[in-house]
Write a protein that binds this ligand. Structure first.
Ligand SMILES: [Zn+2]
Length: 312
């Protein structure tokens, strides 16, 4: 967790000029951004972190052949190369096993993301290959629904694929199968996609290859983590290991979030870990036998580990 302000800083560096506020819903896409800015930001990720300011007119020449106006790319580094590559790798995942999966039939490397707004008022798909970034928006002039079920994958992605098919047809084999260049400082690790941790034999068939900054690879996944993942999220929260520099989350704010849109009471044994406390004690309270048993829930009434707050 990095906090909303950090997210906004990166968005600004990537050329997003729209008003943004550090609300938690920022992560869900609660602020609207225009197609041009967002496509330019994706192009910066595709372009190894270098943002090129978009322009529409390359040159204006008068009848005498005199150049009246000429625009050339203005390029600046927005994010580090390794960061841009990790973003690319994540967005490749959205095509391989996410909402953009229809695009997996295109030849070569493709990365991208769908977008869907509340009440289906807008459908988005922005995607790129190592050569080209294309953004598609489907919507009305007024903020009205374009139809039930009209998600980014349903309404925008088919247009994106149709365009890309025609574009790729005209390219050479070499361009069609170009790879995203992998910069230095990246290590590939097979991870359990459920936990995001380094996969072992116990992780079964849920293993994927992910890019990490070298030296900051994830810890090993274990049967213990599988047990934690089987718990309701409120209980998982108590086992979250807070890292220095992460934004503080108060018990009140988390309880408020859990209370909103959530029917019923929080369970009696719900415990919330306060930031900065060691939670390993709490994690170890899961009996080892539970890791392999059918019933993987944390037993009610277990002693509260030090530094936990009970939510009323
Ligand atoms: Zn695992």
């Amino acid at each position: 967790m990095v906090g909303g302000n950090e997210v906004i800083n990166v968005a600004r560096r990537l050329g997003i000029r729209e008003r943004l506020a550090p609300y938690p819903s920022l992560a869900l896409g609660s602020f609207e951004i225009n197609l041009l800015d967002l496509t330019a930001a994706y192009a910066a990720i595709a372009n190894r972190g270098y943002l090129a300011e978009p322009y529409f007119i390359s040159r204006v020449v008068n009848p005498e052949g005199q150049v009246l106006l000429e625009n050339r790319p203005r390029v600046q580094q927005a994010v580090r190369e390794d960061v841009a590559y990790m973003m690319t790798s994540v967005l490749e995942g959205a095509i391989k096993r996410g909402t953009g999966i229809q695009a997996a039939r295109l030849p070569g490397r493709v990365a991208g993301k769908t977008g869907t707004t509340n009440q289906f008022t807008d459908a988005w798909f922005i995607g790129f290959t190592p050569r080209i970034t294309v953004g598609v928006w489907v919507g009305r002039d007024l903020k009205q629904s374009i139809g039930r079920g009209m998600t980014g994958a349903e309404a925008a992605l088919p247009t994106w694929i149709a365009f890309m098919e025609r574009y790729l047809e005209d390219q050479s084999e070499t361009v069609q199968h170009e790879e995203f260049p992998v910069p230095g400082g990246i290590t590939f690790v097979t991870v359990d996609q459920r936990s995001g941790l380094r996969a072992g034999p116990q992780c079964g068939g849920t293993v994927i290859l992910e890019a990490f900054p070298s030296g900051r690879e994830p810890q090993d996944c274990s049967a213990h983590h599988h047990v934690l993942l089987s718990l309701p999220w409120q209980q998982q929260l108590a086992h979250y290991e807070w890292r220095p520099g992460e934004p503080p989350t108060t018990p009140e704010s988390v309880a408020a979030a859990a209370g909103r849109g959530w029917e019923g009471e929080l369970p009696d044994n719900f415990e919330l870990q306060l930031p900065g406390e060691n939670v390993l004690g709490a994690a170890e309270a899961v009996p080892p036998g539970a890791a392999f048993g059918q019933d993987a829930s944390v037993p009610a009434g277990r002693p509260a580990p030090p530094g936990t707050a009970r939510v009323p």
